[in-house]
Design a protein around this ligand. Sequence first.
Ligand SMILES: *[C@@H]1O[C@H](CO)[C@@H](O)[C@H](O)[C@H]1NC(C)=O
Ligand SMILES: *[C@@H]1O[C@H](CO)[C@@H](O)[C@H](O)[C@H]1NC(C)=O
Ligand SMILES: *[C@@H]1O[C@H](CO)[C@@H](O)[C@H](O)[C@H]1NC(C)=O
Ligand SMILES: *[C@@H]1O[C@H](CO)[C@@H](O)[C@H](O)[C@H]1NC(C)=O
Ligand SMILES: *[C@@H]1O[C@H](CO)[C@@H](O)[C@H](O)[C@H]1NC(C)=O
Ligand SMILES: *[C@@H]1O[C@H](CO)[C@@H](O)[C@H](O)[C@H]1NC(C)=O
Ligand SMILES: *[C@@H]1O[C@H](CO)[C@@H](O)[C@H](O)[C@H]1NC(C)=O
Length: 769
Amino acid sequence: MSWITLIPFLGLLTTCLGQQYSSQCDKPRNVQLPFCDPSLSIEVRIADLISRLTLEEKIGWMVHDAQGASQNVDLDDYYWWNEGLKGIGGGPQSPEYGARFRPPTEYATMFPQPINLASSFNKDLFLAVGNATGNEARAFFNVGNGGLTYWSPNINIFRDPRWGRGHETPGEDPRLSIEFAKGWIRGLQGDQANGFLKNSACCKHFSAHSLENDRFTFDAMVNQQDMADTYLPVFKSCVQESSVSCVMCAYNAVNGFPACADKGMLTGTLRDLWGFDGYVVSDCGAVDYVYSRHNYTEFPAQSVAAVLDAGVDVECFVGGGSYYTRYLQDALNEDLINQGNLDIALEHGFRVLMRLGYFEPNATRPFTDILPEIVDSAPHRTLSLTAARQSIVLLKNSPTGKASLPLLPLDPATLSHKQATMALVGPHLNASMAFLANYYGVPSSISTPLEQIRLRVPSVQHEFGCDLTSFANPRLEEAAALARVSLPVIIFVGISASHGGVEYEEHDRPNLTLPGLQSDLIRVVLDASTEPVVLVVVSGGVVDLSEWKDNPKVGAIIWAGYLGQSGGEAIAEVIFGEYNPSGRLGQTFYSNEVINQFEKYDMNMRPHSGSLGRTYRFYTGQPVYPFGFGLSYTSFEYTILNPPALKISQISLNQDCALVINLSVRNIGAREAEHSVLWFVSPPNAGQMGRPIKNLLDFERLDSILPNMVKEVSLCLNRNHFLLANEAGEFEVVSGEWKLQDPRGRILSTFGGNRTTPPLATGGVVGAK
Ligand SMILES: *[C@@H]1O[C@H](CO)[C@@H](O)[C@H](O)[C@H]1NC(C)=O
Ligand SMILES: *[C@@H]1O[C@H](CO)[C@@H](O)[C@H](O)[C@H]1NC(C)=O
Ligand SMILES: *[C@@H]1O[C@H](CO)[C@@H](O)[C@H](O)[C@H]1NC(C)=O
Ligand SMILES: *[C@@H]1O[C@H](CO)[C@@H](O)[C@H](O)[C@H]1NC(C)=O
Ligand SMILES: *[C@@H]1O[C@H](CO)[C@@H](O)[C@H](O)[C@H]1NC(C)=O
Ligand SMILES: *[C@@H]1O[C@H](CO)[C@@H](O)[C@H](O)[C@H]1NC(C)=O
Ligand SMILES: *[C@@H]1O[C@H](CO)[C@@H](O)[C@H](O)[C@H]1NC(C)=O
């Protein structure tokens, strides 16, 4: 008897200490049961566990705040909902997500928002950031401060630039999104070398979801061709290339079916066709909305039965409460479903928890060596700074002054000799929380531009000039007065992703212009300043820069986004040349005219009578800055080393690397650089007959290329690179002439048709001169 009384006492003791997470399978009532026996197969253990739950307990496990169990087994409550968009989300109380920021995990590392991180075009960085976040997540769990099931990444294609949550995604391109998801998921879930998942990642929102206004009722009409080559490829890769263990269904309907009630997609495509073996969670409230917003059935129990039958295993609910808790029993009573349907959903959820080691007894519990010390550790902070640097995109850097040198980088040493002092103006000059965007946790500190620039130029002056969005308390005259007597002048403008800001959940942007008085502020400062100024834009989504792109008074433009906790430091490093910028746009920078060139609710990617087409793959208008654009403080020369001599018809089906193209990259400038090579290809009859103008095939990042140094990359081509989706959504090999291009659209090589052309003799030059 004594152990029975002793162990709860010990349990109480460890709870009081709050440091030691106690496994479900160390509990005295569970320890002897088959579901806790690691020598049995997972399937046997899952079946045993489910057989011991009462009906009410079963339903309790199918909602995001799972209700434990006490009748025949002793299970704690489990919170399925954890957020890891770019670091662990939540706060000290975490009203919404599972993670709790309290000792010994008061802080977590905050990385750049995905739209910004994607600009690094750095696969290793995607993995490293996912891994660091995943290690911090496990450390939170190990001390009882978080769960193991994370609902990231958000990998919907950033279809329309007005989308209020587009900044949560890696952008508009399927290939970039696939590579982002592969790195991130592998980092978060781990390599399973010990047989266990480190954490569970979740690809969302399945399938075609990319607007906020009307998101609960919208019916996205998607044609088969766009479905095949835009909306589904990233999800398919999540399942087949990354073995993601969760998929979240979207709020909206797709082609007439609410996404969370769409059995054809959730079971037919996801499980049966692609082989998904994780759990499906609803977006939060989506089960409720199948009934209450989409009016899918006459009675709630019918909608709940349809959702369960479609394949939703766990319901996330919000204000309205859980529909599963309220209506699954009714659906059973009315024979709309049976207990077997519930058991299948529970199998999907428990299989993931088993794979996470959630039901391991103490002796076999995995990842216990991931300690809270790694949370907010020095290496993770350094990684966050590295990620912020690589996320920044230099869009303009014009020659100025008598020497006709590019305006950037600035040299703090020569600045201090000038008569005038340096000035910062604009509402984002001291940005801090703005760098965290949304779904953030608590970093130990956030560096701001003002603070970091002041470290380098102590005499720097500043004047905000105006608010981000409001027209109240304008100080435009004061800003102009400061600009008149200052040199150089840097203007910090942009938008924000905070709730009630500009781009945020449940809110799409009406337009792409700078809100409030910001454009007026830029105009008066340009008028007042004696020399060209630097414009720094902080945003996730696109800001219309057409007015400034060719304006000679704007000497340089830096797109610095929601860079995470090290944003201010990374921006200062770029301005002063301590870091040579290397980011490239992962989204087309449109002008505001696009709001008349395509409709927000139009899901078509390809141009048609009402649309100029979307994203660099199909847009037939003139962007301000194209996808893939980004300058450096140095220049690079490209040379193709081996002209491809094959025709597509000669590439055999099963060869992984049928055609290798090698490219040498020479740094022909004076500064050390990092550089991502982006391989685009345009198909025969590009931009016609529904064919893309071009597609990103792959990309590769080169580190520390010293002046005059040459580095090589090689691209490995196979038959999959010459496939295009037809109108029926089937992929076909397309023969004819394919053109390999650099990011500026310059043709590097032509191949695949009846002839091959030799490579360019001297190679193209990219980057700032
Ligand atoms: C993930 O992080 C751990 C701890 O720093 C490290 O040992 C491991 O090599 C990393 N994994 C990958 C794939 O980078
Ligand atoms: C659903 O029904 C409500 C109430 O009858 C109605 O206001 C709403 O427009 C309907 N929604 C849809 C998507 O048909
Ligand atoms: C589980 O193992 C940890 C060390 O890994 C130990 O501190 C704890 O007391 C053990 N708990 C039980 C119930 O055995
Ligand atoms: C800049 O932001 C920091 C951190 O939020 C704050 O402490 C400081 O007062 C701000 N400086 C100015 C000039 O607003
Ligand atoms: C443009 O969008 C901003 C928000 O970003 C809004 O404040 C402004 O009213 C809009 N302008 C027009 C003309 O709709
Ligand atoms: C191309 O690159 C591959 C891989 O680095 C290498 O094995 C091959 O020798 C290179 N070929 C040429 C012609 O440079
Ligand atoms: C290739 O050559 C064949 C035979 O000469 C011809 O029928 C075909 O149209 C050519 N294809 C292209 C893409 O030029």
